[in-house]
Design a protein around this ligand. Structure first.
Ligand code: FEO
Length: 395
C-alpha cells in the first residue's frame, strides 16, 4: 500500500514475476502491476481490483488498510480480468456496495462473473460526489475495450486512465519520473504498439475530447506500471504522435529461415539499405527467435517492413504467418513493405506474403525478391540492389 496523497492510496499489486500477458500474446520482460486505488473523502471509493491469482492476497492487504464496510463505492474502469479479477472475493464481503461502471462494463462483468451485483451504469459527464472531491466519469470505448472508462478526481486533479498511458513495468517507485527513462519509454511504446494501435483513431479523438473538457488534469493514475505526475503533456503528446500513423526513420527486416538462405538474403538486403540510406536504422529480426510483441513494437516504429520466409509446403513459415496475422490486426497505415524468401522447388512464399501484406493494409512497393536455393555472389549483389532500391522508394 502506498500513500499517494491525503486522499488517495495505491492499493494494487506489483507482479514482478509476470512474463506473459494476454495468455502468451505479450511478453512482459519487466513484469507489471495491477494498480488499484482507494480514495478517502467523506465517502470512500475503491477504483478497480487486481488479477485473479492475487485476489485473496490483495483482499487481506486491503483489509489491513481499511475496514471493507467503510467502502461506499466501487469504481470499475474496465472489465478485463487483470483489473476485475478480485471482484468475486471482494463482493463476497461487501455484496451490496454499488459498482459504478459503464453499460458495456455491466455486460462484460456479468458475462465473466455471472453475478447480479449492484451495478450503477454511468456515462460520460456523470459525476459522483465523494464530499469535498468529485469523480467525473468519461467513457473511453476501445481504449482498449468497449467497456473502458476513465474517471477524473477533482481536488486531486488526477485522471484514472485505466489501460491508457500504462506500461508493463514492475517497480516500487510508483512514479514514472523516478524510474529508468529508457525502460519506461520502451515499455510505454511497446504497450501502445501492442494494445492500442488498432484503436488509434479513437485514442486521438478521446484525448482531444478530454482536452476540450478543460479538466485541470495534473496527474495520470494508470492501471499498469508507473503513474505520471510530472509533465504529463509529454506522455499525452506521445500518445497523439503514436496515434497519428507513427513512424521513425527505421526499416524492419522481419524474417524466419530454415537453412540460412533467407537469413543471408536479409543480411544482403540490409547492406543495400545502409548503402542507400545510412541514416536509416535497420533492424534484422528473426520471428522465431524474438518475442512477437517485441517484433510488433519494432514494426510499429518502422516506416517500412521487409518480410522474409522460405517456401515450405507451398506456403510460408509458421512464425512469419503469425506475425502477419498480428500486423493485420494492428490496422497500420502509411507503412511500405516488400517480401523476400528463398526456395528450392515451388517458391510461392514471396507471392503469398506480398498478397497478405497488401491485405493487411501495407503498401507493398514491389512484388518482392526470390532466391532459388542459396544466394551466390551474383545474387547477393542483386539483393543489395533490391535493398538499395527499396530504401530509395521509402525515403
Ligand atoms: Fe489491463 Fe485491458 O486490461
Amino acid at each position: 500500500m502506498k500513500r499517494i496523497s491525503d486522499r488517495v492510496t495505491w492499493v494494487g499489486k506489483i507482479d514482478w514475476e509476470l512474463r506473459h500477458f494476454h495468455g502468451d500474446e505479450y511478453e512482459t520482460h519487466e513484469g507489471s502491476s495491477y494498480n488499484s486505488y482507494l480514495i478517502r473523502d467523506e465517502k470512500v471509493a475503491l477504483v478497480d481490483t487486481v488479477w485473479k491469482p492475487f485476489d485473496k492476497e490483495w483482499l487481506e492487504k486491503l483489509k489491513a488498510e481499511i475496514d471493507l464496510g467503510e467502502i461506499d463505492y466501487i469504481i470499475s474502469l474496465h472489465g478485463e480480468v487483470d483489473h476485475s479479477g478480485a471482484f468475486k472475493e471482494l463482493m463476497r464481503e461487501i455484496p451490496d456496495t454499488p459498482i459504478y461502471i459503464t453499460a458495456n462494463g455491466v455486460i462484460s462483468s456479468k458475462g465473466q462473473y455471472h453475478q447480479d451485483w449492484n451495478f450503477v451504469p454511468v456515462k460520460t459527464g456523470d459525476k459522483l460526489s465523494l464530499g469535498e472531491t468529485e469523480l467525473t466519469f468519461i467513457e473511453a470505448r476501445m481504449l482498449h475495450w468497449p467497456d473502458t472508462m476513465f474517471a477524473f478526481l477533482s481536488g486531486e486533479n488526477a485522471l484514472f486512465s485505466s489501460d491508457g498511458f500504462g506500461q508493463h513495468l514492475a517497480s516500487e517507485a510508483l512514479y514514472a519520473d523516478l524510474v529508468d527513462q529508457c525502460s519506461l519509454w520502451k515499455e510505454a511504446l511497446k504497450y501502445y504498439a501492442n494494445i492500442l494501435t488498432p484503436f488509434s483513431v479513437m485514442v486521438k479523438n478521446k484525448i482531444n475530447e478530454i482536452l476540450a473538457m478543460e479538466l485541470p488534469i495534473e496527474k495520470l493514475y494508470t492501471s499498469h506500471g508507473l503513474l505520471w505526475r510530472e509533465n504529463i503533456g509529454e506522455i499525452i503528446g506521445k500518445y497523439l504522435e503514436w496515434a497519428d500513423d507513427y513512424q521513425e526513420d527505421r526499416i524492419a527486416i522481419v524474417y524466419d529461415t530454415m537453412w540460412e538462405s533467407t537469413r543471408k538474403m536479409a543480411d544482403a538486403i540490409a547492406e543495400g539499405i545502409r548503402e542507400a540510406s545510412p541514416e536509416t536504422e535497420v533492424s534484422i529480426i528473426s520471428t522465431s527467435k524474438t518475442d512477437k510483441s517485441d517484433v510488433i513494437a519494432e514494426v510499429f516504429r518502422s516506416k517500412a517492413i521487409l518480410l522474409g520466409s522460405p517456401t515450405v509446403n507451398n506456403g510460408i513459415l509458421y512464425s512469419t504467418s503469425g506475425i502477419l496475422e498480428m500486423i493485420k490486426g494492428l490496422k497500420l497505415k502509411k507503412k511500405k513493405a516488400a517480401a523476400f524468401g528463398s526456395y528450392g522447388w515451388s517458391g510461392e512464399a514471396v507471392k503469398i506474403m506480398t498478397e497478405k501484406l497488401r491485405e493487411a493494409g501495407l503498401d507493398a512497393v514491389n512484388d518482392g525478391v526470390r532466391v532459388q536455393w542459396t544466394p551466390d555472389e551474383g545474387m547477393t549483389q542483386e539483393l543489395r540492389k533490391f535493398g538499395k532500391d527499396f530504401a530509395n522508394s521509402v525515403k
